[in-house]
Design a protein. Structure first.
Length: 456
């Protein structure tokens, strides 16, 4: 039987895993047009495939070779954290972070920023601060770092790991939390003001199982933020898995339920301890879960080779210590090539209305997800390419009784009446059938936006 990417998709996981167990050479040959790298394979459905990068490894030719070949999104593993970027209060240090950002951008890769505010990895001067002095120092940090990298970051982990483990579903105690429960939303507003075009994410671990109290706690926060217009665009699921913390059977449900709140979801620090076919199967399960959720925009693994991992002894990554592809690499690539439904229909919450127009060949369509409350609204516009890729796009919207007060991921002309939006550099290219999003917030009513897209 000749295997095409479609027929591979239909083979039960067990069969794929059995093949993977025997060795990489026996894995079903990819279809003639299948992509041969993780980044290219993810791009087929408009997604990315990224990795964490350490600045001090960029000179390692094996490491840099795999990085440049396989990945199209980069996260600094440690170099953008608070202790690295503001070692002394008011003195910012971007050398190592810049090496990663510049290397990525020179290679045409995008960057996830990690992380603006976190209870951990605080510089010494911040660790013992409290009250308004700490609140102001945190806000200044968010503003300075997001401003410095303005325009260069696809998505920021604005706040990292702010919820407690265990059964309560509440916030983690920390010096930042003790400045007041609103510290997270204030950080998000500061980040939006500093870099209006970056997607702003909340990022955490142990939030993969829908039944866990921590997952529910984060969900309620995101739901609350969306209902009050706090600028949040995405939720990151770190997804550090091992036998004590396995991939939950409801993982896809979790991703979908968060996406249904009107945010993108991203797998931000994936690693799965193990080896051979068991590990390969688990990577495939995670990849398929992302592909099945239209707002799951990409996957990042937390390092390149096993030896690069913070959990090196658990061999949790896609390349072995010598840089060879593991069975988990092949199963992940196969899953990406088999594809998944990037569903251009916007999923909406009860307070949301959706309109869309069908793409015609070579053109594009736009749909709106509107979150309206008494005095204002947040609109997310999804631009979907027709049967040809887009190299640039324009969307017009109508605002009869509202005014735009802020926007992201598009340039704008006008703020009421007919408002015209065009792509920014990083979202000009949309693959055939793929999609990208921009958004805006406004005062008044966002009813009747009626977005119309043209390729430009
Ligand atoms: O702990 C795994 C990840 C959990 N989510 C947030 C991520 O930011 C976190 O990454 C890890 C890095 O992979 C480690 O590399 O964060 C750790 C610190 O929180 C990083 O470890 C640090 C060590 O603590 C330092 O002693 C060391 O100097 O790595 C530094 C550079 O190797």
């Amino acid at each position: 039987m000749k295997l095409t990417s479609k027929s591979v998709a239909l083979i039960p996981i067990i069969a794929t895993v059995a093949t993977a167990a025997i060795g990489a050479t026996l894995i079903a040959p990819p279809a003639a047009n299948a992509a041969t790298t993780l980044g290219a394979a993810a791009q087929q459905s408009g997604r990315y495939f990224g990795t964490a990068v350490a600045a001090n490894k960029l000179g390692d030719s094996t490491y840099a070779g795999i990085l440049n070949r396989e990945f199209d999104m980069v996260t600094a593993e440690n170099e953008m954290k608070m202790d690295a970027t503001e070692p002394n209060q008011g003195q910012f240090s971007y050398g190592n972070a810049d090496r990663i950002v510049n290397q990525a951008r020179n290679q045409g890769k995008r960057v996830r920023g990690h992380a603006l505010a976190w209870h951990s990895q605080q510089p010494g001067w911040m660790q013992n601060m409290s009250g308004s002095a700490l609140r102001n120092a945190m806000l200044n940090h968010v503003t300075q770092v997001a401003t410095y990298y303005r325009g260069k970051i696809y998505a920021w982990d604005v706040v990292n790991e702010a919820f407690a483990d265990g059964s309560g579903g509440g916030r983690r105690d920390s010096n930042l939390q003790r400045t007041g429960n609103d510290w997270i939303e204030v950080a998000f507003r500061a980040a939006r003001a500093a870099d209006p075009n970056a997607k702003l994410c909340y990022n955490d671990y142990n939030t993969d199982d829908w039944s866990h109290a921590k997952t529910q706690g984060v969900y309620r926060m995101v739901q609350d933020f969306k209902s009050r217009g706090v600028p949040i665009d995405c939720v990151g699921f770190q997804s550090h898995f091992n036998n004590n913390s396995p991939v939950p059977s409801n993982y896809q449900t979790t991703l979908q339920n968060f996406a249904n709140l009107g945010v993108d979801v991203q797998i931000t620090e994936l690693d799965i301890e193990g080896s051979g076919s068991t590990q390969a199967q688990r990577y495939q399960t995670v990849t398929r879960a992302c592909l099945a959720v239209s707002r799951c925009t990409g996957i990042t693994v937390w390092g390149i080779r096993d030896s690069d991992s913070w959990r090196a002894s658990g061999t949790p990554l896609l390349f072995d210590n010598s840089g060879n592809k593991k069975a988990a690499y092949n199963s992940t690539l196969d899953a990406l090539n088999a594809g998944g439904g990037t569903d251009p229909t916007t999923t909406t919450t009860t307070t949301t209305t959706t309109t869309s127009n069908d793409p015609v060949p070579g053109a594009c369509s736009a749909s709106v997800s509107l979150n309206q409350w008494n005095e204002g609204f947040v609109a997310t516009i999804k631009v979907t390419a027709g049967s040809s890729a887009l190299r640039g796009w324009k969307v017009t919207t109508t605002l009869s009784n509202g005014t735009v007060t802020g926007s992201w991921s598009a340039t704008r002309s006008g703020n009421s009446g007919t408002v015209t939006w065009s792509n920014v550099d990083y979202n000009a290219n949309v693959p055939a059938g793929g999609s990208t999003e921009f958004g805006f917030q406004g005062s008044g009513s966002g009813a009747g936006l009626n977005p119309a897209c043209t390729a430009s």
